[in-house]
Design a protein around this ligand. Structure first.
Ligand code: APR
Length: 241
Protein backbone atom coordinates (compact mmCIF):
# COMPACT_ATOMS: atom_id res chain seq x y z
CA UNK A 1 0.00 0.00 0.00
CA UNK A 2 2.68 2.65 0.75
CA UNK A 3 3.33 3.61 -2.87
CA UNK A 4 3.10 7.41 -2.76
CA UNK A 5 2.02 7.42 0.89
CA UNK A 6 3.75 9.99 2.99
CA UNK A 7 1.11 11.65 5.16
CA UNK A 8 -1.26 9.60 7.31
CA UNK A 9 -4.29 10.53 9.41
CA UNK A 10 -5.71 7.90 11.75
CA UNK A 11 -9.07 8.29 13.50
CA UNK A 12 -9.82 6.06 16.48
CA UNK A 13 -13.00 5.49 18.46
CA UNK A 14 -14.17 3.50 21.44
CA UNK A 15 -13.67 0.17 19.63
CA UNK A 16 -9.88 0.44 19.90
CA UNK A 17 -10.12 0.50 23.70
CA UNK A 18 -12.76 -2.23 23.95
CA UNK A 19 -10.20 -5.03 24.27
CA UNK A 20 -8.60 -3.10 27.15
CA UNK A 21 -11.92 -3.34 29.00
CA UNK A 22 -13.24 0.19 28.40
CA UNK A 23 -16.95 0.13 27.51
CA UNK A 24 -17.92 1.44 24.06
CA UNK A 25 -20.62 4.12 23.87
CA UNK A 26 -23.17 2.27 21.85
CA UNK A 27 -23.34 -1.19 23.35
CA UNK A 28 -25.80 -3.85 22.22
CA UNK A 29 -28.33 -2.48 24.72
CA UNK A 30 -27.89 1.07 23.37
CA UNK A 31 -26.64 2.23 26.77
CA UNK A 32 -23.27 3.57 27.93
CA UNK A 33 -22.47 1.91 31.24
CA UNK A 34 -26.18 1.76 32.01
CA UNK A 35 -27.01 5.34 31.00
CA UNK A 36 -28.56 6.91 27.95
CA UNK A 37 -25.79 8.99 26.32
CA UNK A 38 -28.01 12.09 26.40
CA UNK A 39 -28.45 11.77 30.19
CA UNK A 40 -24.71 12.05 30.88
CA UNK A 41 -23.04 13.57 27.83
CA UNK A 42 -24.84 16.83 27.14
CA UNK A 43 -24.56 20.34 28.64
CA UNK A 44 -28.29 20.06 29.44
CA UNK A 45 -27.72 16.90 31.48
CA UNK A 46 -24.95 18.66 33.42
CA UNK A 47 -27.19 21.67 34.10
CA UNK A 48 -30.07 19.40 35.16
CA UNK A 49 -28.16 16.93 37.36
CA UNK A 50 -24.49 17.89 37.83
CA UNK A 51 -23.99 15.33 40.61
CA UNK A 52 -25.03 12.44 38.36
CA UNK A 53 -22.80 13.64 35.52
CA UNK A 54 -19.80 14.26 37.80
CA UNK A 55 -20.21 10.85 39.45
CA UNK A 56 -20.47 9.20 36.04
CA UNK A 57 -17.21 10.72 34.76
CA UNK A 58 -15.49 10.20 38.12
CA UNK A 59 -16.25 6.49 37.70
CA UNK A 60 -14.92 6.48 34.12
CA UNK A 61 -11.74 8.27 35.32
CA UNK A 62 -11.25 5.80 38.18
CA UNK A 63 -11.73 2.88 35.78
CA UNK A 64 -8.77 4.08 33.70
CA UNK A 65 -6.44 3.11 36.55
CA UNK A 66 -7.52 -0.51 36.13
CA UNK A 67 -6.97 -0.86 32.37
CA UNK A 68 -3.91 -1.04 30.12
CA UNK A 69 -3.22 -0.23 26.45
CA UNK A 70 -3.73 -3.20 24.14
CA UNK A 71 -1.91 -4.45 21.05
CA UNK A 72 -3.71 -1.95 18.79
CA UNK A 73 -2.65 1.07 20.88
CA UNK A 74 0.91 -0.25 21.01
CA UNK A 75 1.03 -0.83 17.25
CA UNK A 76 -0.11 2.76 16.53
CA UNK A 77 2.57 4.05 18.93
CA UNK A 78 5.18 2.04 17.03
CA UNK A 79 3.92 3.48 13.75
CA UNK A 80 4.12 6.99 15.23
CA UNK A 81 7.71 6.39 16.35
CA UNK A 82 8.88 4.89 13.06
CA UNK A 83 6.84 6.58 10.33
CA UNK A 84 9.10 9.09 8.55
CA UNK A 85 6.29 11.15 7.02
CA UNK A 86 3.58 13.24 8.61
CA UNK A 87 1.22 11.39 10.89
CA UNK A 88 -1.67 12.57 13.04
CA UNK A 89 -3.64 10.29 15.34
CA UNK A 90 -7.03 11.86 16.05
CA UNK A 91 -8.89 10.07 18.79
CA UNK A 92 -12.50 10.50 19.83
CA UNK A 93 -11.64 8.66 23.01
CA UNK A 94 -11.36 10.41 26.35
CA UNK A 95 -9.17 7.68 27.85
CA UNK A 96 -5.38 8.01 27.95
CA UNK A 97 -4.48 4.63 26.45
CA UNK A 98 -2.87 6.03 23.28
CA UNK A 99 -0.44 8.21 25.22
CA UNK A 100 0.26 5.46 27.74
CA UNK A 101 1.18 3.22 24.79
CA UNK A 102 3.61 5.92 23.61
CA UNK A 103 1.79 7.83 20.84
CA UNK A 104 2.95 11.44 20.61
CA UNK A 105 1.48 12.85 17.40
CA UNK A 106 -1.96 12.63 18.97
CA UNK A 107 -4.93 14.87 19.64
CA UNK A 108 -8.12 14.27 21.64
CA UNK A 109 -10.92 15.87 19.64
CA UNK A 110 -13.55 15.03 22.31
CA UNK A 111 -11.46 16.03 25.35
CA UNK A 112 -9.89 13.92 28.08
CA UNK A 113 -10.92 12.38 31.38
CA UNK A 114 -7.59 13.52 32.79
CA UNK A 115 -8.35 17.19 32.22
CA UNK A 116 -10.60 19.63 34.10
CA UNK A 117 -12.21 22.78 32.72
CA UNK A 118 -12.88 25.55 35.22
CA UNK A 119 -16.16 27.34 34.58
CA UNK A 120 -14.93 30.14 36.86
CA UNK A 121 -11.69 31.14 35.13
CA UNK A 122 -11.90 29.07 31.89
CA UNK A 123 -8.53 27.34 32.57
CA UNK A 124 -7.96 23.73 31.62
CA UNK A 125 -5.69 21.73 33.94
CA UNK A 126 -4.59 18.14 34.40
CA UNK A 127 -6.99 16.40 36.79
CA UNK A 128 -6.93 13.19 38.76
CA UNK A 129 -9.49 12.50 41.44
CA UNK A 130 -13.17 13.06 42.16
CA UNK A 131 -14.83 16.11 40.67
CA UNK A 132 -18.08 15.33 42.48
CA UNK A 133 -16.37 16.45 45.69
CA UNK A 134 -16.13 19.99 44.27
CA UNK A 135 -12.36 20.47 44.49
CA UNK A 136 -10.77 23.90 43.92
CA UNK A 137 -9.47 24.89 40.50
CA UNK A 138 -5.65 24.67 40.63
CA UNK A 139 -5.43 27.97 38.72
CA UNK A 140 -8.02 30.34 40.31
CA UNK A 141 -8.52 28.36 43.57
CA UNK A 142 -12.32 28.63 43.38
CA UNK A 143 -13.99 25.44 44.66
CA UNK A 144 -16.84 23.66 42.87
CA UNK A 145 -16.28 25.20 39.44
CA UNK A 146 -14.65 22.30 37.62
CA UNK A 147 -16.41 20.28 34.94
CA UNK A 148 -15.06 17.34 32.93
CA UNK A 149 -13.04 18.63 29.97
CA UNK A 150 -15.11 16.46 27.66
CA UNK A 151 -16.82 17.58 24.45
CA UNK A 152 -20.48 16.79 24.96
CA UNK A 153 -23.20 16.57 22.32
CA UNK A 154 -23.92 20.05 21.04
CA UNK A 155 -20.39 21.30 21.84
CA UNK A 156 -17.59 22.02 19.39
CA UNK A 157 -14.85 19.35 19.08
CA UNK A 158 -11.29 20.49 19.72
CA UNK A 159 -8.67 21.38 17.12
CA UNK A 160 -10.92 21.10 14.08
CA UNK A 161 -8.75 23.45 12.01
CA UNK A 162 -5.66 21.33 12.62
CA UNK A 163 -7.61 18.18 11.77
CA UNK A 164 -9.02 19.67 8.56
CA UNK A 165 -5.52 20.74 7.48
CA UNK A 166 -4.14 17.26 8.10
CA UNK A 167 -7.06 15.64 6.24
CA UNK A 168 -6.47 17.89 3.24
CA UNK A 169 -2.79 16.84 3.13
CA UNK A 170 -3.06 13.12 3.87
CA UNK A 171 -2.45 10.33 1.39
CA UNK A 172 -3.96 7.69 3.63
CA UNK A 173 -6.88 7.97 6.04
CA UNK A 174 -7.52 5.09 8.42
CA UNK A 175 -10.51 4.76 10.75
CA UNK A 176 -10.35 2.26 13.61
CA UNK A 177 -13.07 1.18 16.05
CA UNK A 178 -15.69 3.84 15.50
CA UNK A 179 -19.36 3.41 14.65
CA UNK A 180 -19.36 6.44 12.35
CA UNK A 181 -22.48 7.71 14.09
CA UNK A 182 -21.15 11.04 15.35
CA UNK A 183 -20.18 14.04 13.22
CA UNK A 184 -17.87 15.74 12.43
CA UNK A 185 -15.60 12.69 12.89
CA UNK A 186 -17.93 10.53 10.80
CA UNK A 187 -17.35 12.88 7.85
CA UNK A 188 -13.54 12.76 7.91
CA UNK A 189 -13.47 9.90 5.41
CA UNK A 190 -15.31 12.00 2.85
CA UNK A 191 -13.03 15.00 3.39
CA UNK A 192 -9.93 12.82 3.01
CA UNK A 193 -11.30 11.21 -0.16
CA UNK A 194 -12.26 14.56 -1.61
CA UNK A 195 -8.58 15.53 -1.29
CA UNK A 196 -7.45 12.31 -2.94
CA UNK A 197 -6.51 10.08 0.00
CA UNK A 198 -6.81 6.32 0.04
CA UNK A 199 -9.17 5.26 2.83
CA UNK A 200 -9.24 2.16 5.03
CA UNK A 201 -11.55 1.17 7.86
CA UNK A 202 -10.89 -1.44 10.55
CA UNK A 203 -13.87 -2.22 12.76
CA UNK A 204 -15.66 -5.13 14.36
CA UNK A 205 -18.56 -4.65 11.96
CA UNK A 206 -19.24 -2.19 9.14
CA UNK A 207 -19.63 1.38 10.42
CA UNK A 208 -22.51 3.57 9.30
CA UNK A 209 -20.33 5.15 6.63
CA UNK A 210 -18.56 1.95 5.60
CA UNK A 211 -19.43 2.42 1.93
CA UNK A 212 -17.31 5.60 1.84
CA UNK A 213 -14.08 3.63 2.36
CA UNK A 214 -11.96 2.12 -0.40
CA UNK A 215 -11.30 -0.86 1.85
CA UNK A 216 -12.94 -2.28 4.99
CA UNK A 217 -11.37 -4.91 7.21
CA UNK A 218 -13.68 -6.46 9.77
CA UNK A 219 -12.40 -7.85 13.07
CA UNK A 220 -10.96 -6.90 16.42
CA UNK A 221 -8.61 -3.93 16.47
CA UNK A 222 -6.10 -5.85 18.62
CA UNK A 223 -5.81 -8.43 15.86
CA UNK A 224 -6.06 -6.25 12.74
CA UNK A 225 -4.03 -3.17 13.62
CA UNK A 226 -0.65 -4.75 14.50
CA UNK A 227 -0.55 -6.65 11.17
CA UNK A 228 -1.51 -3.56 9.21
CA UNK A 229 1.23 -1.50 10.92
CA UNK A 230 3.89 -4.15 10.27
CA UNK A 231 2.91 -4.36 6.58
CA UNK A 232 2.96 -0.59 6.20
CA UNK A 233 6.37 -0.20 7.83
CA UNK A 234 7.85 -3.10 5.87
CA UNK A 235 6.51 -1.91 2.51
CA UNK A 236 7.76 1.59 3.23
CA UNK A 237 11.23 0.25 4.09
CA UNK A 238 11.24 -1.88 0.90
CA UNK A 239 10.46 1.16 -1.22
CA UNK A 240 13.38 3.06 0.27
CA UNK A 241 15.95 0.36 -0.52
N1 APR B 1 -12.17 -3.84 17.62
C1 APR B 1 -12.64 -3.01 16.65
N2 APR B 1 -13.84 -2.40 16.71
C2 APR B 1 -14.62 -2.66 17.78
C3 APR B 1 -14.21 -3.54 18.82
C4 APR B 1 -12.92 -4.15 18.70
N3 APR B 1 -12.45 -4.97 19.63
N4 APR B 1 -15.21 -3.57 19.74
C5 APR B 1 -16.19 -2.77 19.29
N5 APR B 1 -15.85 -2.22 18.11
C6 APR B 1 -16.60 -1.27 17.27
C7 APR B 1 -18.11 -1.38 17.40
O1 APR B 1 -18.60 -2.37 16.49
C8 APR B 1 -18.56 0.01 17.03
O2 APR B 1 -18.76 0.15 15.62
O3 APR B 1 -16.29 0.03 17.73
C9 APR B 1 -17.37 0.90 17.44
C10 APR B 1 -17.62 1.76 18.67
O4 APR B 1 -18.64 2.66 18.38
P1 APR B 1 -19.21 3.68 19.48
O5 APR B 1 -19.49 2.98 20.76
O6 APR B 1 -20.31 4.42 18.83
O7 APR B 1 -17.97 4.66 19.77
P2 APR B 1 -17.41 5.88 18.93
O8 APR B 1 -17.62 5.67 17.47
O9 APR B 1 -16.04 6.14 19.41
O10 APR B 1 -18.36 7.06 19.42
C11 APR B 1 -18.14 8.34 18.90
O11 APR B 1 -19.83 9.31 20.31
O12 APR B 1 -20.82 9.26 22.42
C12 APR B 1 -19.96 9.96 21.57
O13 APR B 1 -18.27 11.48 22.11
C13 APR B 1 -18.60 10.11 22.14
O14 APR B 1 -16.43 9.90 21.13
C14 APR B 1 -17.72 9.33 21.21
C15 APR B 1 -18.48 9.40 19.91
Amino acid sequence: MPRDISNIVILTGAGISAESGVATFRGPDGLWEGHRVEDVATPEAFAHDPDLVQAFYDARRAKLKTVEPNAAHRALAKLDAQWPGELLLVTQNVDDLHERAGSERLLHMHGELGSAWCLGCDARSPFDGLMAEGPACPVCRQPGQLRPDIVWFGEMPYEMERIERALARCDLFVSIGTSGAVYPAAGFVQTARYHGARTLEMNLNPSEGSFHFHESRMGRAGELVPGWVEDLLRENADERT
